[in-house]
Design a protein around this ligand. Structure first.
Ligand SMILES: [Zn+2]
Length: 220
């Protein structure tokens, strides 16, 4: 706690939005992919190898096709021309998360993967589709989802941070460089009672009430 006391992240002189996520599944999500109107430019997709051993690093869930039909009908107002026979990932965003899904229900049509995620959560609970990083295949009358991670994936990965805390000293700033995708956070300014340390070349302001030992060192 002492090593992170009085620290802030800035972007162009203003406090950055420090979003966090439960488990990014190995790749954080770009805010712009999730919130097109409000994607902060420093919340970019970023690989995180540290959450690979986390509780939610891989998961499998099954949803019967008739339940999928009910989710589409009740949760998304969609009604196919026939029973739902299949659902596949049609496109993925830049972080590998499902972006659009193709449904075969009499005819083929595309649906938004995020809207489907929310509809599944409301209908079956939020522990079914834990994230949008998944592959899906049909097995008999059931869809089998094999996924990674938990949550939207934007910002600092809590599972990765938890794992990293046991591996690295937070005072080096390496945790920020690696797991918080705020590479563009910059603009170093002195603040009252705070000492700035430049974490070159991460361009992240490190503010503390004490100097860091590795002042100016590169973080890897
Ligand atoms: Zn992660």
């Amino acid at each position: 706690m002492r090593s992170t006391g009085n620290l802030v992240l800035e972007y162009h002189g203003r406090l950055a939005d420090p979003y966090f996520t439960a488990d990014c599944g190995g790749e954080t999500e770009a805010a712009a992919n999730l919130w097109p109107d409000g994607g902060q430019p420093y919340l970019v997709s970023f690989p995180d190898p540290y959450c690979a051993a986390g509780l939610h690093s891989s998961w499998q869930r099954e949803i019967p096709l008739d339940r999928v039909a009910r989710i589409l009908r009740n949760g998304m107002g969609l009604r196919g021309r026939g029973p739902v026979r299949d659902l596949t990932v049609a496109s993925r965003d830049s972080s590998g998360r499902a972006h659009t899904l193709e449904v075969l229900a009499g005819s083929r049509f595309l649906i938004d993967a995020n809207q489907f995620h929310y509809a599944v959560g409301r209908e079956l609970g939020w522990d079914i589709l834990k994230s949008n990083i998944y592959a899906v295949e049909r097995s008999g009358e059931t869809l089998v989802f094999n996924g990674r991670g938990l949550g939207h994936g934007v910002g600092l990965c809590q599972a990765g941070a938890d794992a990293m805390a046991g591996l690295l000293a937070l005072a080096t700033g390496k945790s920020w460089r690696t797991i918080f995708p705020a590479r563009q956070c910059a603009n170093l300014r002195r603040r009252r009672n705070l000492i700035q340390t430049r974490l070159h070349p991460a361009n992240i302001s490190h503010w503390s009430t004490r100097k860091l030992r590795n002042r100016g060192s590169a973080a890897h």
